[in-house]
Write a protein that binds this ligand. Structure first.
Ligand SMILES: [Zn+2]
Length: 164
């Protein structure tokens, strides 16, 4: 199934004011937003030049094909599920061993392994799960990251054919 074009909204931060109060910082951000419609490629990914209307800078937008988007989302979801399973198993194993053999000393190799399994599993599950939820297969490519402090991707969503 081809999902059709994607609408992206990019923002140019042109003013950021920090107001220091006694107990809090109030930050005001002002953005110039602009949007574009891009077609997903049939395969692989497509790099599109966007020109920011606020400053004229050229921005690279990377758009995944439907297939690549699905693969990447599946990888993230799978990572999250496996990591969550590791965390849950660590807890269950901990309970099981304690029930069978009494308390596990926290400094013992088993105690450390279970603790790490629980903490790292939970952490990875959270990060991968969030990234699965967020991943839309569209991102800005600026240097090594996805923002230069001025430009960032505000939002993107699929357009059904016929919508404008
Ligand atoms: Zn700009």
């Amino acid at each position: 199934m081809h999902e059709g074009p994607v609408k992206v909204v990019v923002r140019h931060l042109f003013e950021q004011k920090s107001l220091f109060l006694v107990v809090a910082v109030r930050e005001t951000f002002r953005y110039r937003l602009f949007s574009a419609e891009v077609d997903r490629p049939e395969a692989g990914m497509r790099i599109i030049d966007l020109r920011c209307p606020a400053c004229g800078e050229e921005l690279l937008l990377v758009v995944d094909s439907d297939g690549l988007l699905r693969t990447r989302r599946r990888t993230r979801l799978l990572t999250a599920l496996i990591a969550a399973a590791v965390a849950v198993l660590s807890v269950l194993l901990g309970f099981g061993v304690e029930a069978a053999a009494g308390p596990i000393p926290i400094g013992s190799p088993l105690g450390v392994a279970l603790m790490l399994g629980f903490l790292l599993g939970g952490l990875v599950a959270g990060v991968a799960g969030y990234s699965w939820w967020q991943y839309r297969g569209v991102r800005l490519s600026i240097g090594l990251g996805d923002t230069d402090g001025v430009h960032s991707l505000q939002d993107s969503w699929p357009l059904r054919r016929g919508d404008s």
